[in-house]
Design a protein. Sequence first.
Length: 391
Amino acid sequence: VTALTSLNVDPRSMARMDMAHISTPDAPAWRRQFTEDFSRSLSEGKNVFGLAWWCVAYGIGIIGMLACYGLLQGRILSVPYGNDYFTVSIFLVLCNRLAAMAFALLMMCVRRESLANAAPLWKYLLISLSNVAASTCQYDALRNVSIPARRLGKSFKMIPVMLWGMVLARKPYSSGDWLIAVLVTGGVTKFLLSGEMAPHYESVSTVGGLIMLLCFLALGGFTSAFQEAVFVAHETSKYNQMLYINLGSSVLSLVTLLLSGSYVTALEFCWKHPALLQDVIFLSVASVGAQCFIYGQVKENGALVLAVTMNIRQVISALLSSAMDDMAISLVQVLALLVVVGSLLYKSLQILAENHEGNKEEGIPFFVEDCNETMGKPAVGASLVRFKSQD
């Protein structure tokens, strides 16, 4: 304030970044430089903390909507309707995907976005296939692996995302990034497998179950990493991706439902128990909300941040379960949480410093084709600065 007063500048006008009256061409060079540096610092700080706010907001939305989705899914598949249990899970997947398509189409119309696919259809289809395959592997793994292996699989998501990021987007990760990923993964794993949360009975993992678990980790990491790469390479909106990815998933789910003949069972159950339709509607709403937050997180902050969010979700879920069951948190678990929080806090401060200094490195996706061939128009915006075609 003293410095601004000496320049005969009202600090309140500086806060509004209305600085034209002290940066005129006839002002001294040192005053113009001071004005430009101060304005740039305010702008960068506003952008950085704005991104941090949205990152937290997306994370809270993902955790909250997935919690609702899990409760509703458990209600539909685990609680009987009368004396009957609903078992056609692929029908639920189809309903969720159709609801997401309708929501994305509505938002694109409201925002007056083009309904044409912003990226090649084969990329959307590849994401749909990997997503469906990951879900299938997850369900198979849950039935054939032990509880410790299951919990390990839920927390071991950052490293596959980083590996796929190196392959798909050629992202440079330092040794510090790998160390943080290992610390976060190890901390979450130790927290879930220690104290009173540790399994108190023996369960056996089959070889097939462990293979499915590894496939789930690989496919899940590929899905989010490839989504991020498509966002960056083709500058798609999250609703454009949501529409076409769910379109592919809907077709796959419908074909599976028809070929298996389970659509008859699902429709008969809905006719016999109309209450199922209400639960399916609420489940679809939760699914759409979760997808919206997930797509936003991947688009704005990247697939690695989504993996961290899922790890935090596992910790929060375990804490809530222990509170409901009156389980005490051991010292080892407290130390594990401190390792996780400390690692994430260090990385967050590092990202803020990099953004402030403008030293953020960008990768070059290997699959970016010439835009004249794939989209019929020249690249615009950040694509011209950050990416180049392979030739």
